[in-house]
Design a protein around this ligand. Sequence first.
Ligand SMILES: Cc1cc2nc3c(=O)[nH]c(=O)nc-3n(C[C@H](O)[C@H](O)[C@H](O)COP(=O)(O)OP(=O)(O)OC[C@H]3O[C@@H](n4cnc5c(N)ncnc54)[C@H](O)[C@@H]3O)c2cc1C
Length: 587
Amino acid sequence: MTYAPPIAEQRFVLDTIADLPALARLPGFEAATPDLVEAILNEAGKLASGVFAPLNWPGDQAGAVLADGVVTLPTGFADAYKLYIDGGWASLGSHPAHGGQGLPFVLASAVQEQLTSANMAFSLCMMLSQGAIEALQAHASPELQATYLTKLISGEWTGTMNLTEPQAGSDVGALRTRAEPHADGSYRIDGTKIYITWGEHDVADNIVHLVLARLPDAPPGTKGISLFLCPKVLPDGSRNDVKCIGIEHKLGIHASPTCTMRFGEHGGCVGYLVGDEGAGMRAMFTMMNHARINVGLQGVAIAERAYQGALAYARDRVQSARFGGGRDAVRIIEHADVRRMLMTMKATTEAIRALAYLNAAAVDRAHAGHDAAAAGLADLLTPVTKAYATDMGVELSSLAVQVFGGMGYVEETGAAQHLRDARIAPIYEGTNGIQALDLVGRKLGQDGGAHWRALFADIRQEVRDLPPKGDLGQLAPYLDDALAALENATVWMTGNGGDKLPDTAAGATPYLRMFGITVGGWLLVRQAVAATEQLAAGTGDAAFLRAKIVTARFFAEQILPQATAMLGPVTRGAELFYAIPEDGLAA
Ligand SMILES: Cc1cc2nc3c(=O)[nH]c(=O)nc-3n(C[C@H](O)[C@H](O)[C@H](O)COP(=O)(O)OP(=O)(O)OC[C@H]3O[C@@H](n4cnc5c(N)ncnc54)[C@H](O)[C@@H]3O)c2cc1C
């Protein structure tokens, strides 16, 4: 299946939602001129569609293979990786001090979206490296930065993130990997990590593992965790005592090696402390916050690719029998139910793209503009982007399979691969259940609730500013209702202290869904307003702009009411969840 990068759509969202022109006025981002943005999206789009996408299906079929401690990627991956680094794509968003191009994270995210649509399994290699770069830029000593950052940023080396152990998944504080101080100032790491993405491979000469471990006298829980850098190849060229002892057979992303990593089998795994002792979780969160937005983007990317496939199939497949009789030969795209599926995919994909780009641009504003309000918005939105967008990635790629009918369930069309690939995104990088708890337990309460209040006030104002009539006027009541329900739910959520905490936890996941739908609907309204202005000014592609207005209306009428209806489920509490005793559930 081919992939066509949605460049016009990406440009529109970058301009209207991320406000890239304003970002480009911030110190350090001056290079992000409209011409450069256009060129980057076009050239990255060629790499994605021409090089990465053709490897997606064969990569899924062949998968990564482990033999004698060596992991081999499917044919073509190493050459494609070389094209990626030769083109300078690895360095887009990184700091110029170590060879990065210093462009906004949101622009790098748009490129990452294209690569992920083209080949999600492959794009994980770049995503994990990016996370390692972020952590080292923020927390590593100048010496470690000098040795490792330049080569990570150029893409010559790749990076990994090692948290998970068999007994420590969501509960990272339960990890047991140990770090012993060594006389030369380094540490010796001993432990086994599981599920490590791109933990071993043959596309780069060195792999920089960031590993969470405990010092001998560390307190239990997350406070006792420190972060270490363990390279596969040490600075003197010798191999470090770290190896891949297994790779997983799994539902999707077959070309992404998911490795069991043994650190220190022979007692000689050299690690270097990143940041302070005991501050590992803080450093890891730097990495995870970017990674969570990027994982959200995986939902966007897979939904986009699945939509493109489903649309092409629906325009071609003829099934005549019509509702209400008649035997004319019609393509399935003419059936209302198929249109419903396609419009749901299109509208929701555009909503989650806007959410992810808004989130990434808020990170840029927070960093480059030292903007505290933007930092608060970025923090608030990150669990929503991660969880809502990845849930939609699964639901929309499942809908794509439905559009294909039986041809979607069999493997040869590629629709099934998108669904299989999409399924991991709600699980890793903090499960979506954990994201929901993060939203209600930490993010809503930050700075006394200032960030959700500011966001809801912005939405309320934009609803008020909509003209009373016409297409835009029709959007207002839907968004108004969803926002009112979300506000009520938020007040309920934040008022539940003490013994009501189980009720908050019980409502967290549907609450996050409400939040995602409402913010997504608002961002489509904002795009419809911009489209209306451009149409009035006679600028832009009229067909694209008119579709924006229709898409916002479709989302408002068909999807926003789901948020309104969720107020009940969100605030019902935990009672019925526990009313049947555990043994009764098994009866
Ligand atoms: C393909 C793949 C790639 C991965 N890549 C990496 C990687 O590169 N690096 C890395 O370190 N890890 C990686 N992981 C691990 C991944 O991050 C974990 O699987 C994930 O964090 C969940 O942990 P778990 O599997 O132990 O599930 P568990 O933590 O056992 O969770 C099981 C279920 O219980 C729920 N649950 C658990 N605790 C709570 C709670 N407190 N409250 C409410 N619900 C809860 C979860 O939401 C989930 O639904 C990867 C996993 C896979 C499958």
